[in-house]
Each structure stands twice: as C-alpha cells, then as structure tokens.
Design a protein around this ligand. Structure first.
Ligand code: GUN
Length: 290
C-alpha cells in the first residue's frame, strides 16, 4: 500500500509556483494577488481561509483577507464582490463557502467576474469545464487529478466511483475523470444518498473518490483488493484522548480500507493540501492571463 502524500506533492507544486513568482519579480513584474472573503466565524472556514492566505505568503503572492460579520447582508456582500471585480490590483478572489442563511450562495457566485473566479464556481467556468475549454478548474477536483497524474496512476478505461454529487467536488470530479485528458478517460459512476446497493457498486471500483461528508462511511468490506482510494472528507470526530478533544476523520475508514488498497490518501495530509496548491495555480494563471 502506498500513501498518496498530498502534503509532499503540494509542497512540490508550491515550489514550482514560487519559481514562477521569482522569475516575475526578476523581470520587475507585479506578483499575483489573491483576495478571500470570509463571512462569519465558522471554525473550519476560518482554518481553511487562513491556510490559503499563509500559502500565498509562502509562494510570494500578495493576499488580502476580507472578514465580514455573520450578519452581513447579501447586498453588502455583493458590493464587496463588485469592488474586487473592478479592483485592477486583484488577479483572483474567492468567497469562502458555506455562507450564512440570509445570503443566496448562487447569486453570490454569479456576481464574481468569471476572469477572477479562481475557485471555478461561476456557471460560465463550470460550463467551460464541462466542454473541456480553458478555464479555472475547481481546486479540489483539480488537485485530485494532479495527485493521480503525479503518482502515475492509470485511469484510462478504469471503473471510477465518485461518491457524492456536490457542486464543489463530486459533480466536477465525475465530469473531469470521464473526459479525454490526463487522469481522465475513465468509466465513471456517481453514487449519492439515494443510491441503492452501494457496496455492490463500490466493490467493482478500481478507483473511489469519497466525497459524501459522512465520517468513515466507506469500510473495508465495501471495496475490492488493490483499489485506489481518494478521501475528500474531513470531519472533526470527538476524541477524549486528544488534547483539543477531537481528531480529524475522512469519509473512509482508513484502518480497514488501507489493508486492501494499493494507494490511499491520508486525512489530514491528502486532498486538503492539494486543494490549496491548485488555488494558487489558478491564481497564477489568472495573473498570467491579464
Ligand atoms: N468551502 C469548501 N471548499 C471550498 C472551496 O474550495 N472554495 C470555497 N470558496 N469555499 C469552500
């Protein structure tokens, strides 16, 4: 069994990006600038956004964090988005999800200038992805494709089961892996909360992407020998033996599944760091395009 080391691979990608930034600086060019909007103080969202800002610093990008209170109105958020859309110093920006209930997420995503939408969530960019046109690929599926490619895992003609149909992970993942591309050309099945006889389907999979948001859902008896496992889940599970009172668990029951897997991503240190690296890659692309 080989661990798909997302931390190590993301560090390699960050070094490649930093080399690009150094070359820009040498030429006297402006470095990429990413902005992030965080509404409210959800613990997990704060952790993610802070990690994104820290990653910008590490590769030499400029970054701006805009923190808005939980009670922010949709109108105020749309105004901030408009500011960033027109601010020539900003190459790309993200609005961290989820948003508070009073704000319509779809309306917000549609307000982002597609040329600055480094999350790849705007309908224009989702459409471009589906048609295999140049675009910003959503960072988590992009990171998974990159991980599979760098570990030279064969996907062509393989049975891939994507567990979950979210707009951020499951849906784009299923589209990308079925396309004619690197880490693509797979036969893809999407399963979700209404799927029947789930284990019958997962047992036939050569590669499983677990993104259902239920901790340790996929267990060893649901997979075949030598399966490749990509675990997107990350949930805090109460654990009295830990100082902070919890541990991080994926959607995969690591102990039982890793015994059968040929490759598996750990949680943490698998998909998570790759997501951040690909957001940086999209920001570099946004800068280069302007
Ligand atoms: N929430 C969970 N994942 C993501 C992501 O990739 N981008 C944003 N903006 N919010 C998220």
């Amino acid at each position: 069994m080989t661990i798909l080391d997302g931390k190590k691979t993301s560090n390699e990608i960050k070094e490649e990006i930093a080399d690009n930034v150094n070359a820009m600086v040498k030429k006297g060019e402006r470095v990429p600038h990413l902005a992030a909007i965080l509404v409210g103080s959800d613990g997990a969202s704060m952790t993610y956004v802070n990690a994104k800002v820290k990653a910008c610093k590490r590769v030499g990008f400029d970054s701006t964090l805009i923190e808005l209170p939980e009670y922010t109105t949709e109108e105020d958020l749309l105004e901030k988005i408009n500011d960033l859309n027109t601010n020539v110093a900003i190459d790309g920006f993200i609005v961290q999800l989820p948003l508070p209930d009073q704000i319509d997420e779809q309306k917000v995503l549609m307000a982002i200038n597609p040329d600055k939408d480094v999350d790849g969530f705007h309908p224009v960019n989702v459409g471009r992805m589906a048609l295999d046109l140049p675009t910003f690929l959503p960072a988590t599926p992009y990171g998974i494709m990159e991980l599979l490619e760098r570990y030279q895992i064969e996907t062509s003609g393989k049975n891939v089961v994507v567990m979950g149909r979210s707009h951020i992970v499951g849906r784009p993942m299923s589209i990308l892996m079925s396309q004619k591309r690197k880490a693509g050309d797979a036969t893809v099945t999407v399963v979700h909360s209404r799927s029947k006889n789930l284990a019958d389907i997962t047992k036939k999979a050569d590669i499983i992407v677990a993104a259902i948001g239920i901790s340790e859902f996929l267990t060893g008896d649901m997979v075949k020998e030598d399966v490749v496992i990509i675990d997107v889940g990350i949930t805090r599970v109460p654990d009295a033996t830990k100082k902070n009172g919890y541990r991080l668990a994926g959607d995969v029951h690591f102990e039982s599944v890793s015994k059968k897997a040929s490759y598996i991503t750990p949680v943490p240190g698998g998909v998570g760091p790759m997501t951040i690296a690909m957001l940086l890659k999209n920001t570099l692309l946004a800068r280069e395009r302007r």
